[in-house]
Design a protein around this ligand. Structure first.
Ligand SMILES: NC(=O)c1ccc[n+]([C@@H]2O[C@H](COP(=O)([O-])OP(=O)(O)OC[C@H]3O[C@@H](n4cnc5c(N)ncnc54)[C@H](O)[C@@H]3O)[C@@H](O)[C@H]2O)c1
Ligand SMILES: [Zn+2]
Ligand SMILES: [Zn+2]
Length: 394
């Protein structure tokens, strides 16, 4: 089959690799019909490089049609399914708490990591990912969401990751009707977090340096700002001088505007792998400009909810400010299946309350992955969300 593979820093290529085969009775193989590129893939593209192996198949936002269903997979041939990005057993203590990203069966203990994830480096089990013609799905009786046949793929695809991720971010932010919420980063995750905030009745402010991302958010009732100092004072004024009740950080470690950290990230990409791994683990890659800004902006006693991914063990956190402002902090990978039953009716609704029809800017053949990664990372050609289609002619 054809698959998107990691080859090196900022280097992915589409290669012919072996088709996946079913190992276990609860595995399924799906033929991929749509697979998106995520902001998290950009971390692999650059900073998580030391944990990648040449030829790794990447991708974790995938849907398609079941072509082979193990007898205990709970699926049948031809089922149309969306595949959540975490891999979990559904039976352990963590799974029973709804914490599938901490699954005690699939945890990658060698690296002290949580549950395995599709296509996400050695840290998360080196499981072949979904930017490919076919995908093997382990524990298929647990993860995949069966969906109907009538609506187009893009209505369902984001249940694999960014919609539940944004939903979890807003739920963790504790937002109730009438609250105020600021969202840093209006990439795909931030777009949905901001819209979900509106859907739940909050006043929502969105901050992003990229104009077309601000324009998209503004179409959904978000008050938008560039990432600058004026934004903070305007948002504070609009919230009785206190700052918003909650802030979602949907940027993570690709934040723009921190040259020192950027140099350290460069270094992790250039050093020989073992040394680079050490540097990344002990904090060399920290890019925490947005995190600090969010701590500054949130009101005293408010909540900070991180969905952006951070790495590095020695981030200098402003503990004095966090303590003094009495800030609650929640974060983590998304426990996708805990939220998808709430989200499914929203993506199927003809009213499209979360605006799923207004996110994808590019649908391209799988073969275009190298150009698509570059465009998404550089934010050229108005690119906000790319879906790769293995069946499209290139
Ligand atoms: N927790 C999870 O389970 C989970 C799941 C999916 C994605 N993520 C993470 O969420 C983050 C966002 O993902 P995405 O797909 O939206 O990616 P993205 O890279 O498209 O979005 C990041 C956005 O942040 C903006 N940005 C950069 N610097 C900024 C600054 N200083 N101030 C304000 N905005 C700034 C960028 O312009 C961009 O629009 C990533 O870190 C990704 O890894 C986490
Ligand atoms: Zn993702
Ligand atoms: Zn489990």
């Amino acid at each position: 089959m054809r698959a998107v593979t990691w080859q090196g820093k900022r280097d992915v290529s589409v290669e012919t690799v072996d088709d996946p085969i079913r190992h276990k009775s609860n595995d399924a193989i799906i033929e991929v019909t749509s697979t998106a590129i995520c902001g998290s893939d950009l971390h692999l593209y650059e900073v998580l490089g030391p944990f990648m192996d040449r030829g790794d198949i990447i991708g974790h936002e995938t849907m398609g049609r079941v072509v082979e269903a193990g007898p205990e997979s709970g699926l049948s041939a031809d089922d149309r399914v969306v595949v959540p990005f975490p891999i979990s057993c559904g039976r352990c203590w963590m799974c029973a708490q709804g914490l599938c990203t901490q699954c005690e069966t699939t945890q990658v203990r060698q690296y002290g990591s949580g549950a395995q994830l599709f296509g996400y480096s050695r840290l998360y089990g080196s499981v072949p990912g979904g930017q490919a013609e076919y995908l093997r799905v382990p524990y298929a009786e647990v993860g995949p969401i069966k969906v109907g046949a009538d609506l187009p793929d893009h209505r369902y695809l984001f249940l694999s990751d960014i919609l539940p991720t944004a939903w979890q971010a807003v739920k963790y932010a504790g937002i109730r009707e009438g609250d105020s919420l600021a969202v840093y980063g209006l990439g795909p995750v931030g777009q949905f977090a901001a819209r979900i905030g509106r859907h739940l009745g909050a006043q929502v402010f969105g901050l992003d340096p990229v104009p077309e991302r601000r324009d998209m958010a503004a179409r959904h009732g978000i008050e938008v700002f560039d990432f600058d100092e004026d934004a903070h004072s305007t948002i504070r004024e609009a919230t009785s001088g206190r700052g918003p009740d909650a802030v979602v950080d949907a940027v993570g470690m690709e934040a723009h505007g921190s040259p020192l950290a950027s140099a350290a990230q460069q270094a992790t990409g250039l050093l020989p792998p073992p040394a680079a791994r050490k540097l990344m683990e002990t904090g060399g890659i920290d890019r925490t400009a947005v995190l600090h800004a969010a701590i500054d902006l949130v009101r005293r006693g408010g909540t900070l909810s991180l969905s952006g991914v951070y790495g590095g063990a020695l981030s200098p956190m402003p503990l004095l400010t966090l303590f003094d402002k009495q800030i609650q902090l929640r974060m983590g990978q998304c426990n996708v299946r805990s939220w998808t039953d709430d989200l499914l009716p929203l993506v199927e609704s003809s009213e499209d309350p979360l605006g799923v029809d207004d996110l994808v800017t590019h649908r391209l053949p799988l073969e275009s992955a190298p150009e698509a990664y570059e465009m998404f990372q550089r934010k050229t050609d108005g690119c906000i969300k790319v879906v790769l289609d293995p069946n499209a002619e290139s």
